[in-house]
Write a protein that binds this ligand. Structure first.
Ligand SMILES: Cc1cc2nc3c(=O)[nH]c(=O)nc-3n(C[C@H](O)[C@H](O)[C@H](O)COP(=O)(O)OP(=O)(O)OC[C@H]3O[C@@H](n4cnc5c(N)ncnc54)[C@H](O)[C@@H]3O)c2cc1C
Ligand code: FES
Length: 299
């Protein structure tokens, strides 16, 4: 693999020191994993050694050699969560094809290269006393969950995964219904998680309703909740968890630099004067739910 570049991409500053790197990562595998979803395995050994669950890559969707030519579409890099590490040198992302950037990435074949910056942002914080992690994920929010489940499992933490989507096709994993009323995600079970999956179109409930129903049976001590998914889901969880389990949420926002410089990705934060903001790319994407001003956060 080529060495990290030193020149900054247009509109960004060059990452330096032991933080994020800019590098060219070879696509090792690319496969369709569900309707409209794709898994890319990239060769990026430098990222394998430093990445934390919840961090992301900022990806230039065009060929690396076209970085100085203004493209007609997907002018900016696109952020994608690190979905899983495949040591010694593989990094996986799971993408839902939404627009031009996603389409360009989905069309990449093994052997091509991507210009990436990462690992970026602050990931999930795992406190030393944690014994039970309740991960709540909605839709494409499942993308970073494998990495988190593996990390928690490696630390001996019991993991309950409560996942949901509008339909089975809205997640990048295979759904199984071994018996009536109970759906699961075999790939997540294989990683050691106790899984409940609900699809609004089949089970007819939202994942936040499942969380609310299960909360009372969970031990309070040594437990914490980690959530990734649509804002409406995160907002509801912040209400449900208030005063109970500590909750960390991973937020998404449209990004430009990805490095904390342009402030295009700010979200309202709680403060005494009500006027404070935090950047999703640098302060987040993972925040304590108590840091966010949910009233002022746009849907
Ligand atoms: C920290 C972070 C991690 C992310 N991780 C993943 C991931 O692992 N897998 C994945 O598939 N996507 C992820 N996303 C979202 C992903 O970055 C966007 O889907 C992508 O940038 C869309 O680019 P595009 O050119 O394909 O679509 P565009 O043409 O830019 O947009 C297509 C449609 O998607 C909507 N959209 C674009 N970006 C977002 C966003 N950030 N949040 C909500 N709606 C959006 C647009 O409003 C538009 O309707 C993440 C975003 C952030 C901020
Ligand atoms: S994208 Fe520039 S500050 Fe976050």
């Amino acid at each position: 693999m080529s060495e990290p570049h030193t020149s900054p991409p247009p509109g960004t500053q060059a990452p330096s020191g032991s933080g994020p790197l800019r590098l060219q990562a070879e696509v090792l595998e690319s496969e369709r994993v569900a309707a409209n979803h794709r898994r890319l395995l990239l060769r990026a050994p430098q990222i394998v050694t430093t990445a934390q669950p919840g961090q992301f890559l900022h990806i230039w969707c065009h060929p690396p050699e076209e970085i100085d030519r203004p493209p007609s579409a997907a002018l900016l890099r696109r952020p994608y969560s690190i979905s899983r590490l495949r040591p010694p040198d593989g990094v996986e992302i799971l993408l839902r094809v939404r627009g031009n950037g996603g389409r360009l990435l989905a069309a990449k074949a093994a052997g091509e290269s991507l210009d990436i910056i990462g690992p970026l942002g602050h990931g999930f914080r795992i406190s030393p006393g944690l014994s039970l992690a309740v991960i709540v994920a909605g839709g494409i929010g499942l993308a970073p969950v494998s990495f988190l489940v593996e990390r928690l499992g490696g630390l001996g933490v019991r993991v309950i995964l409560l996942a949901g989507a509008e339909t089975d096709e809205k997640i990048p994993f295979r759904v199984e219904r071994p018996q009536a009323g109970g759906a699961t995600l075999p790939e997540m079970e294989a990683l050691g998680a106790e899984v409940t999956f609900v699809s609004e179109s089949v089970e007819g409930v939202r994942i936040t309703e499942v969380v609310q129903a299960r909360l009372d049976e969970l031990p309070g001590e040594g437990a914490a909740m980690f959530a990734v998914g649509p804002r409406a889901m995160l907002k509801r969880l912040a209400e449900i968890a208030r005063g109970g389990l500590p909750l960390q949420v991973s937020l998404e926002e449209r990004m430009a630099c990805g490095l904390g410089a342009c402030r295009s990705c700010v979200v309202p934060a709680r403060s005494a004067d009500g006027a404070s903001y935090k950047t999703v790319c640098r302060d987040g994407p993972v925040f304590d739910a108590s840091e966010i001003d949910w009233e002022r956060l746009t849907p």
